[in-house]
Structure formats: structure tokens, C-alpha cells
Write a protein that binds this ligand. Structure first.
Ligand code: NAD
Ligand code: MG
Length: 396
């Protein structure tokens, strides 16, 4: 067992947050970790239950309307309670040894930066931080001497097989993708899919937004950008490979032709345990791979006609500057509109592409003001585009 580390979890009530607490509890909970802050969005009952179970110092709920419920649920526990954006930033900045960054979407950027500035090692699930503001996040981490340990399963896999090797010998990174629930759907079938179908991922159990992004492959597009920010490779060295069993989590190819891969059951508790224990390895309560049971591993090239998100993300990455931030913001707005049934599944990519065509890029994503401005303007453009499209379909 490693020494008793202090840990804060941003987004503890979400999918990654709950998996993190499952790992912590499997190690002995409060006996093994000093849990500082748990931060959730709006589920006061779950947040209170989590905070009591691991004897957290403070529980922060983002949604102010849920605050009275949190206060009541934690009355007499001795656990401090707080609400609102500033409380979230203060909790992120408490300086725990490890901060698990697991808020969904661009909303995770600010608290991640606060945690970096407080010197915490970052267990990074929130890929949007790297997509929207990779250069800024990296610069702050370097300035503070902070390590960013990727939790996203692909990036965690790459991190694991890259560590001991010379970066100069890396030829390529192969990012694997499950292909999502619509891998075998025709374009015609994809026109009519519902949010419920898009959320039902075949291999991984995840939050709503990332599940829909997996179905459109925007998730892989975000991961392409995340990989370029995290690892010493150029965009053209990153390949995407559809691998429906999700057993190989990603691979690195070296100049001698060797390819190193990390394998495991599709369970986020493995990369989470890796990040919590690093540089040691600690146990994770996951199923062990049974190869005869897996039986075979399949691979196919991605189809950029049915999944234009891959092309859009690569173009945004190659344009550089604030284009990835704008892409993510437009995508978040379009996914909300798809969930609200204002646009169809295929229109998510169309809206993002429309926004990027109108977006005025130009500067590097290295100041928070620029990132906020780009995010805001892409969201406005996306809302206008969606409004135009629904007016058109209403009058058609
Ligand atoms: P989720 O929707 O299940 O959970 C998100 C968490 O963030 C919840 O606790 C929610 O209450 C909180 N939250 C949402 N908006 C907030 C806001 N504005 N302020 C404060 N808190 C807020 O999402 P998830 O699936 O756990 O994903 C979290 C992050 O991890 C995402 O960036 C996702 O891309 C990444 N990720 C997730 C998985 C996975 O398996 N779930 C895998 C790889 C990466
Ligand atoms: Mg992933």
C-alpha cells in the first residue's frame, strides 16, 4: 500500500467520480486516503452519502437549489458544506496530493486550473481541459511542477506504454475506438436514431454526454486532440483504429516496428487506480481479462463518411489556436439540442462544422480570456445555427 494520500474529486457524483470512490473504498476508504473535497453538480443525496462514507472534509454542490438538501443530509456529520462556482474553485484549490478532474465538459477547465495552481497532481478524466486549453494547462502544470496523469482509458494506456521509452523512437500512436452503438448502422439508419439509443454504449458505462460523443465519434475526435497535447507526437502520427471489443485500450508504435499495447477489461477503475497509485501500482476491483472468453480481437478502419466527427476534429487540430475549443463548445451545445430533440443525431456534426466555418480563429489557446471568449462565441454561433435549422425544418 502506498502512503495515505489526500485526494479531492471534482465531479464525484458522476460516472468517473463514482468509479474513483469505488477504487478508494476497495482500498479501505478513509483508512487508505485522506479525502479532502468532494464536488458534485446537483445530486445532493448521493454527494452526502459519498462524503459520509469516506469522511470527506468538505462537500460542494454546484447547483445552489440543491444546497439546502445537502446541508440537511450532512447535518451533524462535521463535514463542511458549500455551494456555487467560487466554492468549487476553492475546493479544487485546497492542494490535495491528487485531484481527480472528472467534471463533464468545458466546465471542468477552471477547477482543473485551480487544482494545478495549488500544486495537486492531476488525475485527468476531463479531456475537455486539454482540448480547449491544452497549451495553457500544460504551461501552468510546468510552472507549478505538477504532473498530469491521464485517466481517459486510451491516454492512460499510452502513458503506461510510453513511460519507459525514448520519445524520439515513437513512430505513431494508435488510438483505439469501440465504434459505439452505431458502428454497424447505415447512414440512413443513423438519420433516425434517438438520444436513448445514442446513450446506450455497448462496452462502457459512462455519463450521458460522453456516451453520445462515443456514438458520433466526437469523443474520439476530442481524444485525438487530447493525445496531441499530452504526448510528444504530431497530429499525423496519431491513427484511429476501430476495435469493437475495447480490450486493447491504445498502442504505441516504435521505430523498430515494435508495438506496445495496454489491455484490460473495459472498466475505468483500472486507469483510475493507476493514477491514484502512480508511480506504484495498486489493486483495482475489476474483472480480470479471460482471453478464451474474449476469444478474438477485431479491427477495422474508421468510416469518416458516417462519422465525420473524426475529420472535423483533425481539421480543428490542424488549424490549431482556438479551433479545438470552438469545436468542443459547438459540440456541447449541439449535443444538448439533440438530447432536447431539436436536431437530429447527424445534425450534431453539421452544426459543429457550420460553426467552425464561421468561427474566426487566429490566436493560440494560451490565455484563459481567449479561451472563454472563443468558447462563448462558438456557443452563440451554435445556438444561432440550430435556431436557423429548426426554423427551416419547421417551415419545410
Ligand atoms: P458524468 O456526467 O457522469 O459526471 C459529471 C460530473 O460532473 C457529475 O458529478 C456532475 O454533477 C458534475 N458536473 C457537471 N457539470 C458541472 C458543473 N458545471 N460544475 C460542477 N460540476 C459539474 O460524466 P462522466 O462520464 O463521469 O465524465 C466526466 C469527465 O470524464 C468527462 O470529461 C468525460 O469526457 C471524461 N471521461 C469519462 C469516462 C467515463 O467512462 N465515464 C471515460 C473517459 C473520460
Ligand atoms: Mg476514452
Amino acid at each position: 500500500m502506498v502512503e495515505r494520500r489526500s485526494v479531492s474529486i471534482l465531479g464525484s457524483t458522476g460516472s468517473i467520480g463514482c468509479s474513483t470512490l469505488s477504487v478508494i473504498e476497495s482500498h479501505g476508504g478513509a483508512n487508505a486516503y485522506d479525502v479532502r473535497a468532494l464536488c458534485g453538480g446537483s445530486n445532493a443525496a448521493l454527494l452526502a452519502e459519498q462524503a459520509r462514507a469516506v469522511q470527506a472534509d468538505i462537500a460542494v454542490i454546484q447547483d445552489e437549489t440543491a444546497y439546502p438538501d445537502l446541508v440537511e443530509a450532512l447535518a451533524g456529520s462535521g463535514i463542511e458544506v458549500a455551494t456555487g462556482q467560487q466554492a468549487l474553485l476553492d475546493a479544487a484549490g485546497m492542494g490535495a496530493d491528487i485531484c481527480v478532474s472528472a467534471i463533464a465538459g468545458a466546465a471542468g477547465l477552471y477547477p482543473t486550473l485551480e487544482a494545478i495552481r495549488a500544486g495537486s497532481t492531476i488525475a485527468l478524466a476531463n479531456k475537455e481541459s486539454m482540448v480547449c486549453a491544452g497549451p495553457l494547462v500544460r504551461r501552468e502544470a510546468e510552472r507549478m511542477g505538477v504532473r498530469i496523469l491521464p485517466v481517459d482509458s486510451e491516454h492512460n494506456a499510452i502513458f503506461q506504454v510510453l513511460e519507459a521509452h525514448h520519445h524520439k523512437a515513437i513512430e505513431r500512436i494508435i488510438l483505439t475506438a469501440s465504434g459505439g452503438p452505431f458502428r454497424d448502422f447505415t447512414y440512413e439508419q443513423m438519420r433516425r436514431v434517438t438520444p436513448e439509443q445514442a446513450i446506450a454504449h455497448p462496452n462502457w458505462s459512462m455519463g450521458v454526454a460522453i456516451s453520445i460523443d462515443s456514438a458520433s465519434m466526437f469523443n474520439k475526435g476530442l481524444e485525438l486532440i487530447e493525445a496531441e497535447q499530452l504526448f510528444p507526437v504530431k497530429s499525423r502520427q496519431i491513427e484511429i483504429l476501430v476495435h469493437p471489443q475495447s480490450v486493447i485500450h491504445s498502442m504505441v508504435g516504435y521505430s523498430d516496428g515494435s508495438i506496445l499495447a495496454q489491455l484490460g477489461a473495459p472498466d475505468m477503475r483500472t486507469p483510475i487506480a493507476y493514477a491514484l497509485g502512480w508511480p506504484d501500482r495498486v489493486s483495482a476491483p475489476v474483472q480480470r481479462l479471460d482471453f478464451p472468453d474474449v476469444a478474438r480481437l477485431d479491427f477495422e478502419a474508421p468510416d469518416e463518411v458516417r462519422f465525420p466527427a473524426l475529420r472535423i476534429a483533425r481539421e480543428a487540430l490542424d488549424s490549431g489556436g482556438l479551433a479545438p475549443c470552438a469545436m468542443n463548445a459547438a459540440k456541447e451545445v449541439a449535443v444538448e439540442a439533440f438530447i432536447a430533440r431539436d436536431i437530429s443525431f447527424l445534425e450534431v456534426a453539421t452544426v459543429v462544422e457550420d460553426v467552425l466555418a464561421q468561427f474566426e480563429n487566429g490566436v493560440a489557446a494560451d490565455s484563459i480570456e481567449q479561451v472563454i471568449a472563443a468558447d462563448g462565441s462558438a456557443r452563440r454561433l451554435a445556438r444561432e445555427t440550430i435556431r436557423r435549422r429548426s426554423n427551416r425544418s419547421a417551415s419545410a
